[in-house]
Ligand binder design. Structure first.
Ligand SMILES: Nc1ncnc2c1ncn2[C@@H]1O[C@H](COP(=O)(O)OP(=O)(O)OP(=O)(O)O)[C@@H](O)[C@H]1O
Ligand SMILES: [Mg+2]
Length: 210
């Protein structure tokens, strides 16, 4: 369902992804590891339709237009982007979901405890509070956002890097329960987060090694 064929991508003249090909079937759980700066986040952005390949193609269920691909995937980026809106709006991103759907996402992202103690709960305006958020809170809002979007494909870039090991384990377990039937591509430096995955690759010199 996801097919990368001879994908090449550079920033200016710096070649990051080199003639890379990869086939991912529906339901596969793919782990990607590799040294800092090797291009993992860049590769995930190409998969997410956030970047266009210089050459080669990224196809998701027959779709090759990056903008259309981006609508069909849920992404948790390495540094989550929060908007000056409420927590609720940051999670739902303008979509109308049943309350139960949002609540489920909040629970899976292990946000319930924190939101319960906020006077305005989910309606808390983040504009004034964005600086006060911990990295872990921001990350969990991004996870709730991705779960709410509920795409067939879930792309994760170090989704729990700002969480302590206990919270990280708990959130990752919840994500994997949720994503049991989904296609997952998970970038991480921590091999133990990829237990039970279909395949684990290392990105090196712009290429994936099995
Ligand atoms: N927007 C950009 N413009 C120019 N160069 C960039 C840009 N983003 C990343 N790079 C460079 O491209 C290379 C790959 O970056 P990338 O963020 O994909 O690495 P990474 O494997 O995700 O690293 P990390 O494990 O530290 O997150 C790095 O050398 C980085 O400095
Ligand atoms: Mg990265």
């Amino acid at each position: 369902m996801i097919d990368l064929k001879n994908v090449t991508f550079s920033y200016d003249n710096k070649l990051i992804i080199k003639n890379l090909s990869l086939s991912i079937k529906r339901g596969d759980k793919i782990g990607i590891m590799g040294e800092s700066g090797c291009g993992k986040s860049t590769l995930l952005r190409l998969l997410a339709g956030l970047y266009r390949a210089d050459s080669g193609t990224v196809t998701l269920d027959g779709e090759t237009e990056p903008e259309k691909i981006s609508r069909k995937v849920s992404v948790v980026m390495q540094s989550p982007m929060l908007l000056p809106l409420s927590i609720y709006e940051n999670i739902t991103m303008g979509h109308k979901y049943p309350d139960s759907h949002v609540e489920k996402a909040v629970k899976m992202a292990r946000l319930s405890g924190w939101i319960e103690i906020l006077p305005d709960g989910l309606n808390t305006y983040l504009g004034d509070r964005a600086d006060e958020l911990s990295g872990g809170q921001a990350q969990r809002i991004a996870i709730a956002r991705a779960i709410c979007k509920d795409s067939e494909v879930l792309l994760l870039d170090e989704p729990a890097s700002a969480l302590d090991s206990e919270n990280s384990r708990s959130v990752l377990e919840a994500i994997m329960d949720y994503a049991a039937d989904k296609t997952v591509v998970h970038v991480t430096h921590q091999a133990q987060h990829l237990e039970g995955y279909t395949r684990i690759y290392t990105l090196k010199d712009g290429e994936l090694k099995g």
